[in-house]
Design a protein around this ligand. Structure first.
Ligand code: GTP
Length: 512
């Protein structure tokens, strides 16, 4: 091997060693590129060597890293229109080296401005052929670029392209990881929102719970709740949102995000609530028959990082709130039905007076009051004399009409603290609380009151009758301990005593 061949082999080996060291130690694109530019400049002797990036969409080329010597300075960060560059011309002509730039590419303003005479350029290409940028060298004089420079620059360009691809892959992976984290947070958030809605027994409770969840997962937001019943400060914003939705002619799913461009007026209203720096407003409404029954309002000073997921989260929340409203409505109407059934079960269907079951419940309450406050329970048994005859003479319907009118009369003379019930057939019972020292007077007064109430003229449809009156038996508890059942038995007996007397029978007559 000749001396010069030996020398060039040694130079090539030391160059490769230097490059290998730089590549191994490079932490990022800059850490790789700067030493490579340094080696390249020493190797070529060109005034400026640099790496560029091409933005194909913006039609621009930018100097990323450069190394300058002599009079030529190609500044880092410099951006030039791509179509005017020497790189574009070199690429188009597939030309590595040009030593007569002013002659060949005299139309390039950038080359004229920088006074470039010699120019070398290789593309920095991804594996799939995408051109990231160029690796270049330039001098303001005719520079004798050594043989083999093109291969070295191509090798360097490959190393740079490799590094760019690595960094892009890493950035892509980081982005995917962030998206996965965001998605996980969204799912957790939606699960937490669903839990708030499924556990709530009133809408306001769910609205506040969900507002708390959103507040904890999103930063830079103010979360408010709004309910039609409250005239809270968020109400104008929510109303504007609903109008906006209707204006969009969307099927309102009750959720949305919008920005200042969508409706500046809404942002004015929001600004008055929490300050002017709101960039986004989100609303999730509990929908009831196309109207908002209540809402959660998000006023964001920075859009939640979840982006699209943030919208989905509000849509999901609106759905859960709307389901809750439906569930609560169903429960309410079920409860109302139960209450009505319960009420009906305590009423006599013909006269609408309390029936025997309710009489017994109320009677026990009266007994308890008698024990607490002193006093006695008074029971008055009313049996309509000759009722069977009314049925027989005028028919069952007329008998019904008679019973209903008697019930109205008895109800009319029943005082607020008393209870009057249909005990069965043609029997009615009145229960009252009597102060102990008034027992005797009350006994006669209640009997007279009831007899008087029942006696009189009745219009029974096809017929009318003058009814002479009922048998009324009145008893008062012997002591506060006497049971209601015993009291009613005694009242029944007293009534029969009266009935027997009224019939003019002997005292030993028994009930038929
Ligand atoms: N129209 C009608 N009749 C009823 C109703 N419930 C019971 N009755 C009738 O009421 C009558 C009551 O019988 P009684 O108490 O023996 O008849 P009464 O003529 O009043 O006899 P005394 O009590 O001895 O005076 C029976 O004929 C029952 O069929 C009802 O809801 N409507």
């Amino acid at each position: 091997m000749s001396q010069s061949a030996k020398a060039s082999t040694v130079a090539a080996e030391s160059l490769l060693t230097a490059v290998a060291e730089q590549v191994a130690g490079a932490g990022d694109l800059e850490g790789l590129t700067r030493p490579l530019l340094n080696i390249l400049q020493r190797l070529t002797g060109l005034d400026s060597v640099y790496l560029t990036a091409i933005d194909w969409q913006a039609d621009q080329q930018q100097i990323l890293f450069s190394q300058n010597s002599g009079d030529m300075t190609i500044g880092e960060g410099l951006v030039v229109p791509w179509h005017d560059t020497l790189c574009r011309r070199a690429l188009d002509e597939n030309r590595f080296l040009t030593t007569d730039v002013p002659v060949r590419w005299g139309d390039s303003e950038a080359a004229r401005a920088l006074n470039i005479q010699t120019y070398a350029s290789v593309p920095v290409k991804a594996d799939d052929g995408e051109i990231f940028g160029t690796l270049c060298g330039a001098s303001d004089h005719v520079a004798p670029v050594p043989e083999g420079t093109e291969s070295v620059m191509s090798l360097f360009a490959q190393l740079v392209a490799h590094q760019i691809q690595l960094e892009r892959a890493a950035s892509h992976a980081r982005q995917r990881a962030r998206q996965a984290e965001d998605a996980a947070r969204s799912f957790q958030g939606i699960a937490a929102l669903a839990e708030q809605c499924s556990g709530a027994t009133v809408l306001e409770e769910a609205l506040h719970g969900c507002a708390g969840v959103l507040d904890s997962i999103w930063t830079d937001v103010t979360v408010r709740t709004c309910h039609p019943a409250d005239e809270g400060p968020a109400k104008p914003v929510v109303r504007a949102f609903m109008n906006w939705l209707i204006g969009q002619q969307l099927t309102p799913d009750g959720a949305g995000w919008w920005n200042r461009r969508d409706d500046p007026d809404v942002f004015e209203a929001a600004g008055e609530l929490v300050g002017p720096d709101i960039v986004g407003i989100g609303v999730a409404c509990a929908m009831r028959r196309g109207q908002s029954a209540g809402s959660v309002l998000v006023l964001a000073r920075a859009l939640p990082s979840q982006g699209l997921a943030a919208q989905q989260m509000l849509t999901g929340l609106a759905l859960h709130l709307s389901l809750l409203v439906t569930r609560l409505e169903l429960r309410e109407s079920l409860e109302a039905s139960y209450r009505e059934i319960e009420r009906q079960a305590r009423l006599d269907p013909l006269t609408a007076l309390p029936n025997r079951r309710q009489l017994e419940e109320e009677g026990e309450r009266l007994r308890a009051r008698a024990v607490r406050h002193g006093g006695r329970v008074c029971a008055a048994f009313v049996d309509l004399d000759g009722f069977k005859q009314i049925n027989d003479d005028h028919g069952h319907d007329a008998g019904d009409r008679f019973l209903m009118q008697v019930a109205v009369s008895l109800q009319t003379v029943t005082r607020a603290e008393e209870i009057c019930a249909r005990y069965g057939g043609d029997e009615f019972v009145l229960l009252a609380l009597v102060p102990e020292h008034e027992a005797d007077a009350f006994h006669d007064a209640v009997r007279d009151r009831l007899e008087e109430a029942v006696r009189g003229h009745y219009d029974l449809g096809d017929a009318s009758i003058d009814y002479p009156g009922a048998s009324v038996g009145v008893t008062i508890q012997a002591s506060a301990e006497e049971s209601l059942a015993d009291l009613l038995v005694r009242a029944d007996e007293a009534m029969y005593e009266v009935k027997r007397r009224r019939r003019g029978e002997g005292a030993s007559g028994r009930r038929d």
